[in-house]
Design a protein around this ligand. Sequence first.
Ligand code: GLN
Length: 493
Amino acid sequence: MPPIPTLKSLKSGLENRDFSSAEITRAYLDSIAESSLNAFITVDEEGALVAARMADERYRNGTAGSLTGVPIAHKDIFCTQGVNTTCGSKMLASFTAPYDATVVTRLKDAGAVCIGKTNMDEFAMGSSNETSFFGPVKNPWNPEAVPGGSSGGSAAAVAARLVPAATGTDTGGSIRQPASFTGITGLKPTYGRVSRYGMIAFASSLDQGGPMTGDAEDAALLLAHMAGFDHRDSTSANRNDEWLSRLQTENLPVLDSRLRVGLPTQYFQAVDNPVLQTALEQVRVWLEAEGHECVEVSLPHTEVAVAAYYVIAGAEASTNLSRYDGVRFGHRCENPESLEDLYERSRSEGFGDEVKRRILTGTYALSVGYFDAYYIKAQKIRRLIARDFIDAFSEVDLLLTPTATGPAFNAGALTHDPVAMYNQDKFTVPVSLAGLPALSMPCGFDDGLPLGAQLIGPHFAEERILKLAASFQRATDWHARTAPCACIPEVLQ
Ligand code: GLN
């Protein structure tokens, strides 16, 4: 098994002149062109090659920075100046943003070469990538299976080695669940850690961008460049975490303390897949063998998290998406007869079924007469869930849970049952409601499909999570296994 190309290995290959950025960018572009996963909505061949040649120039003149010349991809929810940003929707199918998202600017400034924009569920609403206007994405481990969602394009691209790393966003699990389904590492940072400026809004109190990579070391490196205070995002956390800035140029330090890891009873009881149970048990055995202590903890309000999440996320989506009115952004219907007709038809034609479902339920939850019964109640539940975690973290350093209820399900299996689809998110949405950081890392396989374990930490404890994940990955090779259709460019082998 050739080692997987990582951001770090590509960077050192570029520094040693083993290959040029133009060469590897070309190789990745060729693999993407041959791939039938539908992981990309837009491939920016010309822009990527220009950026790669400029990167090579910087190596020649000694001004290369920490990610110079390394190809990455952005989820198509991040605005990119001059390159289409569709958010997986017909509504924005021909939208080009006039500016870059802060995440895009930061990674560009670090020298990364953006190779294209990855496929996703429409407006990030979904758990399987089947709501994308641009068609579903296939799971590289099995083309019948979904890659998860909503960042399914980024996950499939990284898993198939079409790009070493990609950005994703997570509102209720959209980085972690696709990472779990495709056997990669995905980190949802603490809410406020990564700027939301230029990241198309779904549910603003939950949305958070983060890295999707081959391993935890790369997640740390990408996070170090994505994160940081941004005055353009009013919920951006103004913190000066030195450990994080250091990761831009230094390796993630090795974990040198023994941790108390909590295993939430409610999560483990809800797992009925025996292979996943065994895989998680193996993680626990490894933790204890490393000298960490594992204890059971209780998160009593877990069961109501999905209901609360879908009320709050829908409510926020219904207001955020009111801007798509056929006037200012996106799709406009032909020959409107009146202003109302313009709004009605532009929105009916531009949005897909799942987005309409969210707008309708969200508007309902916010309407006079139902506001207290749904929205306010959901907010109260959100508070209780956040408190469950605070209580748990008064006793333990991190939590270990499954990321998803099992391996990737088959395409079409849940599309006719929205509630069953929503219930897929039961292990990821509580973390989102509490604004906590959490990472999914590969921990086994079920019938050839990857399984993921989730590490959850207190607010801003990404370092602890990343260090533990990296130490797990030094001891195991789940993350290094390569999907059947993956294709490591020859120049990197
Ligand atoms: N699957 C969840 C939803 O559909 C989460 C999506 C996300 O995190 N963007 O809302």
